[in-house]
Design a binder for this molecule. Sequence first.
Ligand SMILES: [Cu+2]
Length: 176
Amino acid sequence: MKPFSKFAFLCTAAALAALAGCQQAPSPAPEGTTSEVPGPDARLGIAVSDGRLVLPIVAGRPAAAYFSVRNDGAANATLAGVHVAGAAKAEMHKTEGGTMSPVDSVEIAPGTTIEFAPGGYHVMAFELSDSLKPGSTTELTFTFSDGDKVSMPVRIERMGDGMHDHGGSGMEGMGH
Ligand SMILES: [Cu+2]
């Protein structure tokens, strides 16, 4: 009798089975789920519109998100961050004189609209999920300095169709 050998064999078989299980592709997160976005979809006095996410031509590069934020409230609103569903990380940037740099927050005075558009403010989204495809939609979630959040669905486009696409040499220095 060699109980240890048998035991070892069983353990190996179990380990192999577990390994095979680990190698199965994880099921992709369902698109369009909003369960991870708590809270109301509207913040008093704030309106977001004209949102789009522009995918890079080359996989692995960041995407850019553009939109408008209007403040119809009585007080300043401070946009503190933007989350792009399907991207591991997103930063607010501002392009000035051909160079872009991260910005921590954007003030929106009462009665004004801030446009995030190519050549100015924009959101750069990194580590994109394969679920982000041109022609489909994803969701932007805007977080304000007081903790309020606003979400909106946005169309996904591919970079290269527009006249003023974000990108170029300014991108090379990012991500360090
Ligand atoms: Cu940028």
